[in-house]
Ligand binder design. Sequence first.
Ligand SMILES: [Zn+2]
Length: 505
Amino acid sequence: MRRRAALLIGFALAATACSATTGEIAATAPAPTTASTATTSTSGAPSPAADRAAGLASGEGPPGQILGIGDDYFPQLGNPGYDVEHYTLDLVFDPEETELGAVATITATATADLDTVNLDFSSLIVSAVFVDGAAAAFTAIDEELTIAPAAPIAAGEDFVIDVEYSGSPRTAGSAAVPFGVGWQTVGNQNYVVAEPDAAHSWFPANDHPLDKATYTFRINVPEDVVAAANGTLVDRLTDLGRVTWVWELDSPMASYLATVVIGDFTIVEDPAAGAVAGVPIRHVLPAGTTVTDWPGLERLGEMVAFLAELFGPYPFANYGIAVVNGFGAALENQTLSLFDRNVARSFYFEDVLVHEAAHQWFGNSVSLGRWADIWLNEGFASYAEWLWIEREAGRDAMERAIAAERADYAVAGLTAPGVPPSFDLFNRAVYRVGAMTLHALRLTVGDDAFFDILRTYAAMFADQSVTTADFVGVAETISGVELDELFDAWLIDPKVPEFPAAGGS
Ligand SMILES: [Zn+2]
């Protein structure tokens, strides 16, 4: 995520989205699921399963049940006991009414014996749930969808859950950022901004980057509307005045990075940039515009190639950006970063292009094991901006830029980047002092070891989830230097340290 100007515009956006959406679907659907309201369905399921679901609905879950996946910052988020392999999201969207009818098909493997399966889900109305094709009882309370299959699932078994749901998707409150996240409706545009905890406001998910999965998106819209998502467009099926856009993402992705972009857009291929990047580059741009209408965007292939030289091969099958209205910032959705059109028109567009591209390695391929380590995403992507300055203007220019920022932050009284407040996860220190932490490491171990560390870390933990200790471990192994003191000083101590003298070889 790129934070510039996000707060004020985010607040305004949340207010707009709330007033623009309606609850019409509630008139035709089963009892609405809203915060603090439980719905229980027992139709079609045998009574023992219904009892298990009902027991959970009244708060009488199995003894010792853990509701979350174990992240201290988000105790309710994610669920233990299974591993999702793939999500197929079949979405039928009506842009006029902002209404969604959907089936989420979730293919998973049990990692424990399961009487019930919990998914994170909120805001929309669940009408039916099936496990391996058989109707299952379920409850939807607050942000937990608890499913009781007809028969318990044994550890090691694969299973498939279908969740049918509908409603008007809208922004949701977040525990970590002070504006609405999730599905955004701005004029005739719809798109998703879900970091860190809002994926489950538009599809049922094991909503934590510890459980990454591949995705298929099938988005059915009127034929004059474009619908994009992460990954590669593999089909476009027309039928009775409507189109189903089919997008496949074959690399594992954290749920918060899943997005759709729906509206009056054009999908623009940039083969010249793709040839430079070494992977296809495609964008989702406002209709009637092309790459040259967004000055700076033509350099994206060069940026990806530059980052690949430093970090190792680009981790996914393709890349590009979507340019939208009303977001106020940028977000690194996997293979399709989202940019506010004003960011794309700004003097710092190139910086943000580099930042979000760098996230494809750091944040998206190498994911967080816990949200407290957000500096592993934002510090790295911010450091990539300085690496771009070094490439464009030389090492001295980069050192001057870093020194100026260090002087600012030394007096700002910020929280250390390794211990961000849970309610202000994306604070400036996470980005800028996080990046300075990497610069201090580079000065300590020297350029050769430093870039070897980044490449090794990116390769060793590709498609996985990590903690700060994993990065420190790689850094110490490669450099042969004991680095606890350096990382503690930069990440934990609230005082911004002086940079070490350049060392290494
Ligand atoms: Zn970022």
